[in-house]
Design a protein around this ligand. Sequence first.
Ligand SMILES: [Zn+2]
Length: 82
Amino acid sequence: MPIRMCAACRGRFEKRELIRIVETADGGICVDKEQKAQCRGLYICGGCLPDAQRKKVLERSFRRRIEPELYDRLRAEAVDNG
Ligand SMILES: [Zn+2]
């Protein structure tokens, strides 16, 4: 099982334990549930997701402004993901 690093805590986890967030070609940001999208992205662990907004993890990684609603949506999608 591949190991990936959480962008927030820098901890290393098995890929399936992480949530992959990608920036799509049209400039959107979404959860890559299949973890196969060929675009720029990062991994974040479930423990860090609630703090991601406060720590500005996505702002720092994607170097752009992130709407608060986007964090809400990512958290909701991550929960759906199980
Ligand atoms: Zn983490």
